[in-house]
Design a protein around this ligand. Structure first.
Ligand code: HEC
Ligand SMILES: [Cu+2]
Length: 296
């Protein structure tokens, strides 16, 4: 889809460059040539020809040519039925300031990462839980607004495997810039394995004091498959396998998890997770060690 949009852009650019060159050439010609004597009737005819040709026929022809490129490109992004194949449905919800990603057919939920199979049409259904956000993965396609109370669908298909970046493209508050989506296109079988590994997750609670803190506090907001059912915050069931924390604020590793729990409000100021200063540091570290095990 991104390729179609780029082609329309290049076609428009090429054609407008051509028009500019022709206009400049005519202008230079008009400046340089010797004035001629023309009678009034001939002058009127010349004027009329320029008005009709340059003012009506040329723009009409240009716009028709542009439509010939633009309409098929736009249709490709509409969620129209594809013969013989059911597009894979993926639901992405914008939150201040993170992404909730659901694969409804297999019951898989993750956050801040959008994993998709190559060469397969997808319906990306976007909405928002709070303010207007915008879903944008420049290498895959156009932007689409995520509007609270409304679902918009973007038809996408990735033609190559690889890692790319998505970004919220509608200002949504102070941490808008830190709302980055890790996008990864996998081979079909690798994607099926990725999904299957997450469909059957069931973790056991953290041991000791950490388990109690998680149960009383964290689990109210966060879901961990088999442990808690919170829905207000990123699902942590496959946290340790995700590349970043805080929607791209820091790379995810054991040290980063400890750091995030201690100082997430300075790493991502104003984010919707409360400070945990009242929790003893060793309990937070135990929590981080347990979170580090949450992977398929
Ligand atoms: C009031 C709800 C709330 C509570 C309680 C809460 N969190 Fe969070 N947490 C959030 C939100 C919202 C985010 C996403 C912040 C962002 O990126 O903007 C988050 C992010 C995280 C992340 C990073 C996830 C990611 O994928 O980037 C971890 C890890 C985490 N929380 C662990 C915890 C732990 C451990 C506790 C308990 C000590 C806890 N949270 C308590 C709301 C909460
Ligand atoms: Cu935003």
């Amino acid at each position: 889809m991104a390729r179609d949009v780029a082609n329309v852009w290049w076609a428009m650019f090429g054609f407008s460059a051509l028009v500019l060159l022709v206009v400049c050439a005519l202008w230079i010609h008009a400046m340089l040539r010797q004035p001629r004597e023309v009678d009034a009737a001939r002058a009127r005819r010349i004027n009329r020809n320029w008005l009709v040709g340059g003012g009506l026929i040329l723009p009409t022809a240009s716009i028709l040519a542009l439509l010939a490129f633009g309409v098929p490109a736009g249709r490709g992004m509409l969620p129209l039925p594809v013969p013989g194949e059911q597009p894979l449905r993926i639901e992405i919800t914008g939150h201040q300031w993170w992404w909730e990603v659901r694969y409804p057919d297999s019951g898989v939920v993750t956050a801040n990462q959008f994993i998709l199979p190559v060469d397969r049409p997808l319906d990306v259904v976007v909405t928002s839980a709070d303010v207007v956000h915008s879903f944008w993965v420049p290498r895959l396609g156009g932007k689409l607004d995520m509007i609270p109370g409304r679902s918009n669908t973007l038809r996408l298909a990735a033609s190559e495997t690889g890692v790319m970046r998505g970004q919220c493209a509608e200002f949504c508050g102070s941490q808008h810039a830190h709302m980055i989506l890790h996008v990864e296109v996998l081979e079909a079988d690798a994607f099926d394995r990725w999904l299957a590994a997450r469909g059957s997750l069931a973790h056991s609670p953290a041991p000791g004091a950490a388990g109690q803190v998680f149960d009383e506090r964290c689990g109210q907001c966060h879901r961990v498959a088999g442990v808690s059912e919170g829905t207000r915050a990123p699902d942590l069931s496959d946290l340790a396998s995700r590349p970043t924390l805080g929607a791209g604020v820091i790379a995810n590793d054991a040290e980063a998890l400890r750091r995030w729990l201690r100082e997430h409000q300075s790493l991502k100021h104003g984010n919707a997770m409360p400070n945990h200063d009242d929790i003893p540091a060793e309990t937070l570290d135990q929590l981080a060690d347990w979170l580090e095990t949450l992977a398929p």
